[in-house]
Design a binder for this molecule. Structure first.
Ligand SMILES: Cc1ncc(COP(=O)(O)O)c(C=O)c1O
Length: 461
């Protein structure tokens, strides 16, 4: 059988369509290091902001997605939606792999993809792993760290199971102690400032010796508050403690710069706000974990690549060990890469600003409609994210919230979700909230209509 090289399958053909967000303009391509989707974007949409401004601009962006037109999907926090052009390439690449399964690339192809998107996250080329999702990244790092009996791991009481699960393994398996920082919370009836959160972490760091790792969500899924990640990492560095951030919600929502945040590890999802395919994620390993080796200098081995097919290589970096995990889903990795390129072309800062603008509008409108409700994330620019959380009933009332959520979907076409969590660290009962995700494919009118629909359903209940 004749080998088909990547280059030989790299057939590109652009059909210039001028302004307008029709389907992707790429006829056929496969697994190239520079994204054909981004090329198509440049070909067709690069001057978009000269033609459109304000809401009209975002209306054009909305046309890049295949989301159903008669409903409004606002649960990106669970999973996103691939842009039309990414989806088209992904389908073509899947078909190509099915028709000619062998010779479509391997580890070096995926490594090149990872390299090509690194600068979009303020990372060096050898610091990014294209992972399966946030859970995968959290498990790879936590289960790989060489914890010993008595080590303290600091985390918060607002973490997701994707991080908590491997942390519990570390406790059971290695005898590490998990200490929850008492995260200050917002309820809509008090004030919360970034400094309150920093103080809580400082107190925890000062009151525990032998802290070996600090783990926190950049945006806890329960509240939607953006934590001051850079300041928290600064604090950890002062105590010689490495940091692992759960960034499930920031990748694709925020304009991230890992170098600036200066964490040691950052695990995020590609399938949520970045709108990549299912089971795609991004894992950042700072400088081959050099600082970890420095902070844990009392240990010969600090990290084991437990989920790798190249752990026995003495020359491989941690990034390449974690990237090499047997046969990969190359079309999915390409689709995530494509989506990242597209975000780069639109502008990651522009996307963040838009997401936060819609989120702020959502919080404003809700506050007007439901002045007495519980809110778990303040409308404060320092703490704002694309997630809005509200409970207009009693904190422990999941039944009414579920009815409200379902009626919003069935009667008005809005998909949002409920979350259940321990609001205060000492709580024994769960609190509940409705969680709304606003993204680049939403309009201000979507947000206003959602709040109106919520009010209408609420009054009728
Ligand atoms: C904060 C947080 N971490 C981790 C996860 C798990 O994400 P994934 O499905 O990408 O593993 C989620 C999912 O909602 C989350 O909200």
């Amino acid at each position: 059988m004749k080998d088909k090289s990547i280059e030989s399958t790299n057939r590109r053909s652009f059909i210039k369509k001028g302004i307008g967000f029709s389907a992707a303009t790429v006829a056929s391509s496969l697994f190239v290091s520079k994204s054909v989707v981004a090329d198509a974007y440049l070909e067709n949409y690069a001057d978009l902001d000269q033609w459109y401004s304000g809401e009209d601009y975002w209306k054009e962006i909305r046309k890049m997605f295949v989301l159903e037109k008669d409903s409004v999907y606002m649960n990106i926090g669970t999973t996103g939606s691939m842009p039309r052009s990414v989806l088209k390439e992904y389908s073509q690449n899947n078909k190509l792999v099915a028709t000619t399964p062998w010779g479509n690339g391997g580890l070096s192809t995926v490594n090149n993809m990872a390299k090509s998107i690194a600068s979009g996250f303020g990372a060096e080329e050898d610091e990014i792993v294209l992972s399966r999702n946030t859970t995968d990244g959290m498990c790879s790092i936590i289960s790989g760290l060489n914890f010993k009996h008595g080590d303290v791991i600091l985390t918060t009481h607002h973490e997701h199971n994707g991080g908590l699960s491997p942390l519990h393994v570390a406790v059971e398996r290695c005898g590490a102690e998990l200490v929850e920082v008492d995260m200050p919370v917002y309820t809509g009836k008090n004030k919360l400032k970034a400094n309150d959160i920093i103080k809580a972490f400082r107190k925890a760091l000062q009151s525990h010796s032998n802290v070996r790792l600090m783990v926190f969500s950049h945006i806890p899924y329960v509240s939607g508050v953006t934590l001051p990640a850079k300041e928290l990492c600064d604090l950890a560095k002062k105590h010689n403690v490495p940091t692992l951030i759960d960034g499930a919600h920031t990748i694709g929502m925020m304009n991230l710069n890992f170098k600036d945040i200066d964490c040691d590890f950052y695990a995020g999802s590609g399938h949520k706000w970045q709108c990549g395919p299912g089971a795609s994620g991004i894992l950042y390993v700072r400088d081959n974990a050099s600082r970890l080796k420095e902070y844990w200098s009392d240990r010969e081995h600090v990290f084991w690549p437990v989920n790798s097919s190249s752990a026995n290589s003495t020359t491989a970096t941690i990034q390449s060990q974690l990237q090499g995990i047997g046969n990969d889903n190359i079309p999915a990795k390409q689709a995530l890469t494509d989506s990242c390129f597209l975000w780069g072309e639109i502008g990651r800062q522009k996307i963040e600003d838009r997401v936060l603008e819609l989120s702020s509008l959502c919080k404003e409108q809700l506050k007007e409609a439901f002045p007495d409700a519980y809110y778990f994330a303040p409308n404060d620019k320092d703490l704002l994210s694309g997630i809005t959380t509200i409970n207009p009933f009693n904190l422990d009332d999941i039944e009414l919230l579920t009815i409200l959520r379902d009626r919003l979907r069935d009667e008005f076409g809005f998909t949002i979700r409920t979350t259940s969590f321990r609001l205060y660290q000492s709580d024994t009962e769960q609190s509940h909230a409705l969680r709304i995700s606003t993204h680049l494919f939403h309009s201000k009118s979507d947000v206003i209509r959602l709040v109106q629909a919520m009010k209408q359903v609420y009054i009728s209940m």
